[in-house]
Design a protein around this ligand. Sequence first.
Ligand SMILES: Nc1ncnc2c1ncn2[C@@H]1O[C@H](COP(=O)(O)OP(=O)(O)OP(=O)(O)O)[C@@H](O)[C@H]1O
Length: 335
Amino acid sequence: MRIRNLTVRFGQFTAVDDVSLDIGDGEVVALLGPSGCGKSTLLRAVAGLESQVEGTIRWGEQDLTSAPVHKRGIGLVFQDGQLFPHRDVAGNVRFGLRMHRIDDPHRVDELLELVGLSGYQRRKVTELSGGEQQRVALARALAPQPRLLLLDEPLSALDRALREQLAIDLARLLRKTGTSALVVTHDHDEAFTLADRVALMRQGRIVQTGTADEVWRYPVDEQTATFLGCGLILDADVANGTAVTDFGEIALPWAPDGDHKIGLRPNALVADPDGPIEGEVSGRVHRRDHVRLLVKLEHREVDAVASITAAPQPGEPVRLRLEPDGCALLGPRER
Ligand SMILES: Nc1ncnc2c1ncn2[C@@H]1O[C@H](COP(=O)(O)OP(=O)(O)OP(=O)(O)O)[C@@H](O)[C@H]1O
């Protein structure tokens, strides 16, 4: 799919601003961005659900720009599944097939097996858990074998543990069926779990696209770095894979020589008795597998991490070292 110069306006307000994006055959692209940046509007425009759309949407040679929703060959999954409460599980999946005049009794069983719900045919959808309901919604959307699946925050209504598991299952399922997909999410982990490529949106525009590793390691500008979790931006002078910063030296073998800005995520500063940076703990929050510290340095306060067993208490001195895994290099990259 080739999206070119897509703009969607609501009166004077431009919700999607001149967006161009390709989605390859079997590719999964995540649209990631802060609330209100236009992700859902872009998805709805691709689906044919928005009226004030400029630009073009093509599938191969076919121009879909003004095709009606049901002629676009897309499947849709929303946050809350939008299942039919009066139909059972099989009835919901069968609806996806009937809409496309496919009448194959085995296909419903196949689809339920695919989403891990074998034997659920006669269950009422109102008696399913949130995760099961989303699996049914997915089976229904996949039933007519759409050429593109559009998913709008498909896992957001679920609790965290379930969301993580379902994101892994969904990623596997999309690969297995070779389905191309565009997934809207505001959850970084979800985007990186699901997608081959991530498109970062801000104020209606796509500011960067790349693999998880590319956008994570090379955010295109300061705002993008901040959105991706870098709380601190430092000047760095890189030579032969070593960056010299106000916080000391750090090995970044993947960074080219020159003057750069480096973004530090909280895990870029790690409590270590031998670390070169001295500070005092001013705050402490227990996370699932580590402790997040707020550390007062001479001129500023920074985020840092410590292991659960060795985390100092507020008021205690702490030493920090830089950890390359939490560092990002800002600025556009040459390809
Ligand atoms: N039908 C509409 N009429 C007027 N403004 C709208 C309409 N739909 C969306 N908007 C506005 O367009 C902007 C983008 O909305 P959109 O729902 O696409 O954002 P989003 O990135 O999906 O946000 P979220 O993550 O919060 O769902 C918002 O400022 C929103 O208020």
